[in-house]
Design a protein around this ligand. Structure first.
Ligand code: NCD
Length: 316
C-alpha cells in the first residue's frame, strides 16, 4: 500500500504488506523513542494536532512521536477553544489549518469527520478517533503489541476474547477489522446483551473467514483466550440512563480471575482509560501488557508519521 501523502482514516486501507512496512519501521524507532539515538528528520515540519474530543494518550503520544523526530507541534483541544464553537464548518477549519502544518491528526466526536477532513485537505489527515466510527492508530498499536508480546507466534489462528462495551466503542471495530486480515483468528465477543457486538461486524468477521462467538460468559472465554482485549463502558455515548445503570459493573477483571482462569502467557490488553472494569491488582502480572501497549503507541505513530510524510528513508 502507498503511504506517502495519503490520509489514514480507516483500517480498511491496510493490507498485510502495509502492516509489515509500518511495523518494521516502528521497531526501528525503539532507540529514538528511548533517546539512545537522536533524529531530526522532521526538523522544520509542523504537526497540526486537533483534538475536538477528550484525549490524553493519543494526543500526547502523537505530539511526542513528532517531537522525538525533531518536528514541532501546533495543537488545539476541545471545541470551546476553537472556531467550531463559533459555528465554523469542519471543512473551513481544515482548509485553513492545512496551510499552517504538514500533517493533521484529528479527533472529532462525529463518525465520518476524518474522511470529511481528508476530502478537503491538501496535507495528510490521520484519524485519531471519529465518534463511534474508527480509531485506526489505536488498532495499529494494539496489533503491534500483540505481535511484540507473542514473539514467533504471530496472530494467525489465535483466539482473542474481546470484552466489554463492544457496541459503542471505536477501538474494537478497528482492531477486529485489522485482525481479520490474518488467517483463522477466532473471536470471543464477551459482553452483556446491551453492549454486544453489532450484527454487521459479526457478519463481516465471518465473511472474512474468521470465527466469531457472542457470549456473556467471561470466565469460560478467559480460559480459551490467547489474548484478552478489555474495554471500558463508553458512558458518554450511551444515551439511555437505564442501560448505563444496568451494565455498570457487569464485568470486572481482577488478579484472582486472571490467575484462576487465564494461562500465564495470556496477553492482557486495554486501550485505556480504565474505569472499574480492570482492577489495579492485575497491573503487576507479567502478562498485563496495557502500559506497554500505551508505550508502543509512540513507535507506531512515529513510523506512520514518517511514512505519510515520505521521510522514512531519511531517518537513518
Ligand atoms: C480510546 C478512545 O478514545 O476511543 N482511548 C484511547 O485513545 N486510548 C478508548 C476509550 O476511550 O475507551
Amino acid at each position: 500500500m502507498e503511504f506517502e501523502n495519503r490520509s489514514i482514516v480507516s483500517v480498511n486501507q491496510f493490507d498485510l504488506a502495509g502492516l509489515d512496512t509500518l511495523f518494521d519501521l516502528a521497531r526501528r524507532m525503539k532507540p529514538i523513542a528511548a533517546r539512545q539515538a537522536r533524529s531530526n528528520v522532521l526538523d522544520g515540519y509542523i504537526l497540526g494536532n486537533l483534538f475536538f474530543e477528550p484525549s490524553t494518550r493519543t494526543r500526547m503520544s502523537f505530539a511526542s512521536a513528532f517531537m522525538r523526530l525533531g518536528g514541532q507541534v501546533n495543537s488545539t483541544t476541545g471545541t470551546v477553544n476553537s472556531s467550531l464553537a463559533k459555528g465554523e464548518s469542519l471543512a473551513d477549519t481544515i482548509t485553513m489549518i492545512q496551510s499552517y502544518c504538514d500533517v493533521i491528526v484529528m479527533r472529532h466526536h462525529q463518525r465520518g469527520a476524518a474522511a470529511e477532513a481528508a476530502a478537503v485537505s491538501s496535507v495528510p489527515v490521520i484519524n485519531a478517533g471519529d465518534g463511534n466510527g474508527e480509531h485506526p492508530t489505536q488498532a495499529l498499536q494494539d496489533l503491534f503489541t500483540i505481535l511484540e508480546e507473542r514473539p514467533g507466534r504471530g496472530v494467525d489462528g489465535m483466539t482473542i476474547a474481546v470484552v466489554g462495551d463492544l457496541k459503542f466503542g471505536r477501538c474494537v471495530p478497528s482492531l477486529v477489522n485489522l485482525l481479520c486480515l490474518h488467517a483463522g483468528v477466532r473471536f470471543l465477543f464477551v459482553a452483556p446483551p446491551e453492549l454486544q457486538i453489532p450484527g454487521a461486524i459479526l457478519r463481516g468477521v465471518r465473511d472474512m473467514g474468521c470465527q466469531a462467538i457472542r457470549t456473556s460468559n467471561l470466565d469460560a472465554a478467559l480460559e480459551e483466550a490467547d489474548v484478552v482485549y478489555l474495554t471500558r463502558i463508553q458512558d458518554e455515548r450511551i444515551a439511555d440512563a437505564k442501560v448505563r445503570a444496568t451494565v455498570r459493573g457487569s464485568y470486572v477483571l481482577t488478579r484472582a480471575k486472571v490467575e484462576s482462569r487465564c494461562r500465564k502467557d495470556t496477553v492482557i490488553l486495554h486501550p485505556l482509560p480504565r474505569i472499574d472494569e480492570l482492577h489495579t491488582d492485575v497491573d503487576s502480572l507479567p502478562n498485563a501488557a496495557y502500559f506497554r501497549q500505551a508505550a508502543n503507541s509512540i513507535l507506531v505513530r512515529m513510523a506512520l508519521l514518517l511514512l505519510v510524510l515520505g521521510k522514512q528513508a531519511d531517518v537513518g
